[in-house]
Structures are given as structure tokens and as C-alpha cells.
Write a protein that binds this ligand. Structure first.
Ligand code: F6P
Length: 332
């Protein structure tokens, strides 16, 4: 969607805002920094909106300068804070936010978050404030990008945690069932499981039968001399404690369940997350500068791309069947 001025020329954006919305993800700060610095480089005023879309309703908006984003590229979380805003989901909330943007001379907003945040960006665009979305979530469940900001860091954090669990699991000849985050998606579980040499990876995308698939896998590998086992379970599968209890009952192996939880959301972002966040933040401002809104930015085959928000929300992301198959083969 391009927003031409009445005189037919593309609007030159004077003021842009940036906000983070939904669950935080490592690398969001790097994206905020890139947006602020790029906009200032282009001569724009930049505003940081605090606590997601809520900030546009409550007026928690601060003017940003070059130094507002110093020393944040390496920090997890989001310096702008984040929130899920029920009020913004109402037409009145959207109108209030759009009116507030107009009051401040904000002509475009960069929204960093998951697909719920994209819906908000679409609504705000339709209310007259062009928005560009950046994918920020550890779940990697956004179809318009190969990698979301935060996914790489979360995978590495989960991998280190599972490595630690393996140490103790190995010492006690135990089976450890480890639940990783991901909401309804199994990307984080799959990659963590592969990186940690899990005996089985349970994800919502691939149906399984514990007694027919997982137990025989454990007993088969046990027969080859293996004495400790890691089973990675995606949050979307659920029932991790029950899975551990069943494994213990059916195999006789001492089994423990660990739910990694929010430890996976924090921490200093990896190189990859910092770099893609920077590339995407820069690209978002370039789009707004050209008067282009209602877009989302992504990385496809290592290139920065952008799509219409509505199209992006309709896209589906194929599960990595090949990687799942490989994981099964190499864990015999
Ligand atoms: O979307 C990121 C995520 O961490 C999911 O993996 C998880 O299901 C959810 O957020 C947890 O949300 P909250 O922090 O609100 O408990």
C-alpha cells in the first residue's frame, strides 16, 4: 500500500515510531537501534513507543536520539518494554492510537513482534498510519520469513540447557524429557533436538504414538548399549510430565521431566539475530521513507524481502520434514 500525497508526490516521512509487541525476543533491541539510527540518518524524528500498542493509547511515547539506543545491541529483552493490548484490539483503541500518532506527527510505525502484532499493524495502517512489521519471536512461526528475530538465540540457549541436562542424565543413566517453548510450532524443538542429539523429538506438526514410536526407539537404542536418553518435547505437544511418567513406567528407566520455560526468552542475542535485526530494521525505515506501509519484512534465502501484511498472514510455513527425518535416522 503506497500513500501518495494530495499533490501526487510520495509523502516524505518526518516522524516515525517504533514499538515492540507480544512476547519479547532477543534481538529486538538490535532492531530498535537499527530503526532509530536509520531514521535519524535520513533526517526523520523518531519516537519510541513503550509497552507495545498500549503506549499509543496511554501516551507512553519518548523521543529517541542517537544515544537513546547506545549500549543495547547486546542486550536481551526490549528497552521499549512490551505488552499485549486488549484495548488496541477494539476499533476505538485503534482510532485512539492513530489519532495520537497524527497529533505527534508520526507518519509511520515500525512494529516488532509476532503475527498478532502484524494484525495490529494492519489495523493501524487502515486507520491511516502506515506500518511495517518485523518478525520478532523465538518461535520462528512466521511464514513470511525463514528466520525470526530471537529464534537463533533461543535455539542456542535451549541447546546449552539441554547439554547441561545431558551431563546429569548421563551420570545417572537416566532419561530426560525436556520441554522447549514454541507455542503451537515445533521449530525450536526440532532444531534443539537435532543440535542435542535427542533420541526422539516430539512436535505438534508430526503425530506420534508414545507406545508405538517413542518407547520402541528408546528400547532399541538401549539394546545397542545406550544408557541415557534425551527426549525433546515441543510446548505445543504438552503433557511433558505425563510423557516422562509413561516412559519410566514402560521402560523402567529412571526418568525426569524439565520444562525450560522463560529462560529461553532472555539472554544476549547471537550474531545472527543481531545481524538480521539490523538488516530488517534498516529496510523497514527505507520502506516508510518511500511511503510504503502495510508491509512486513523478512529474510528469505538470506535476502531481505518484504510482503503485504495481509498476504503474509495468509502464508503457511512448511514444517522441516527433511530435518525431522534426518534427526530420526541419526538417533538410532
Ligand atoms: O511466543 C513466544 C512465547 O515464548 C511462546 O513460545 C510461549 O508459548 C509464549 O510466548 C509464552 O507467553 P508468556 O510469556 O505470555 O507466558
Amino acid at each position: 500500500m503506497v500513500f501518495p500525497a494530495a499533490n501526487g508526490y510520495i509523502i516524505r516521512f518526518q516522524g516515525v515510531a517504533v514499538l515492540t509487541s507480544g512476547g519479547d525476543a532477543p534481538g529486538m533491541n538490535a532492531a530498535v537501534r537499527a530503526v532509530v539510527r536509520t531514521a535519524i540518518f535520513k533526517g526523520m524524528d523518531v519516537y519510541g513507543v513503550q509497552r507495545g500498542y498500549n503506549g499509543l493509547i496511554t501516551g507512553e511515547v519518548v523521543k529517541m536520539d542517537l544515544r537513546s539506543v547506545s549500549d543495547i545491541i547486546h542486550r536481551g529483552g526490549t528497552v521499549l518494554y512490551t505488552a499485549r493490548s486488549p484495548k488496541f484490539r477494539t476499533p476505538e483503541g485503534v482510532k485512539q492510537a492513530a489519532d495520537y500518532c497524527r497529533e505527534l506527527g508520526i507518519k509511520g510505525v515500525v512494529v516488532i513482534g509476532g503475527d498478532g502484532s502484524y494484525r495490529g499493524a494492519r489495523d493501524l495502517t487502515h486507520a491511516g498510519i502506515p506500518c511495517v512489521g518485523l518478525p520478532g519471536t523465538i518461535d520462528n512461526d512466521i511464514s513470511s520469513t525463514d528466520h525470526t528475530i530471537g529464534f537463533d538465540t533461543a535455539m542456542n540457549t535451549a541447546m546449552h540447557m539441554v547439554d547441561n541436562i545431558r551431563d546429569t542424565s548421563q551420570s545417572h543413566d537416566r532419561c530426560s524429557v525436556v520441554e522447549v517453548m514454541g507455542r503451537n510450532a515445533g521449530y525450536l524443538a526440532l532444531h534443539t533436538g537435532v543440535a542435542c542429539g535427542a533420541t526422539a523429538i516430539l512436535v505438534p506438526e508430526v503425530p506420534f504414538d508414545l507406545e508405538k514410536d517413542v518407547i520402541p526407539k528408546i528400547t532399541r537404542t538401549q539394546a545397542t548399549g545406550k544408557k541415557n536418553f534425551i527426549i525433546v518435547v515441543a510446548e505445543g505437544v504438552g503433557g511433558t510430565e505425563n510423557i516422562a511418567r509413561h516412559i519410566q513406567e514402560l521402560t523402567g528407566i529412571d526418568t525426569r521431566a524439565t520444562i525450560l520455560g522463560h529462560v529461553q526468552r532472555g539472554g544476549s542475542p547471537t550474531v545472527r539475530d543481531r545481524v538480521i535485526a539490523t538488516q530488517m530494521g534498516y529496510h523497514a525505515v527505507e520502506l516508510l521513507e518511500q511511503g510504503i506501509g502495510n508491509r512486513v519484512v523478512g529474510i528469505k534465502e538470506d535476502k531481505v524481502v518484504d510482503f503485504d501484511i495481509d498476504e503474509a498472514l495468509e502464508m503457511t510455513k512448511p514444517f522441516e520434514e527433511e530435518l525431522f527425518k534426518i534427526a530420526d535416522v541419526v538417533s538410532i
